[in-house]
Design a protein around this ligand. Structure first.
Ligand code: CMP
Length: 143
């Protein structure tokens, strides 16, 4: 079973969409393993987005991601890395399909509500950046 890191960005809280987005992940059948509200220090966001260092949008992205609390979460499920990115829709919400989170709820790439890891290596890297091992519950489904 695969794990991924999902961050609900500051605009999600600002717009009161936390419940809606978490609900979409739960209804899909993904399993929540870790959840917390974090005001991230700049260094954490810089490490998280280090692959984008030097891109024209990098400064704006770091400012956006440090502008308020983020809901950090860890989820588990079959093919969750590609499947959760399908739930999110295209990075640019103006190109995201209806029915996806960004397609339904966002309009601008600089305010695209949610981040999801894009590979197994990045998922484990991001989980360990944002979470201590003791903050993750490895429960199994029995109901
Ligand atoms: P995310 O999925 O978190 O991964 C990288 C982020 O960079 C992306 O979502 C957007 O928030 C941001 N991003 C990517 N391209 C652009 C862009 N052209 N302009 C502004 N922000 C961008």
């Amino acid at each position: 079973m695969e794990r991924t890191f999902i961050a609900l960005k500051p605009d999600t809280l600002q717009r009161g969409l936390v419940g809606d987005i978490i609900n979409r992940f739960e209804k899909k059948g993904f399993q929540l393993l870790g959840l917390k509200l974090v005001q991230p220090p700049r260094e954490l966001v810089e490490k998280h987005y280090e692959e984008h260092l030097g891109r024209p949008f990098y400064e704006g992205l770091v400012n956006y991601m440090t502008s308020g609390p983020i809901v950090a979460s860890v989820w588990q499920g079959k093919n969750i890395i590609s499947s959760s990115r399908s739930l999110l829709g295209a990075t640019d919400p103006s190109k995201a399909a209806p029915g996806t989170i960004r397609g339904d709820l966002a309009t601008q790439v600089g305010r695209n509500l949610v981040h999801a890891s894009d590979s197994p290596v990045n998922a484990e890297r991001e989980i360990s950046l944002w979470f201590a091992a003791k903050e993750i519950q490895n429960w199994s489904r029995s109901l």
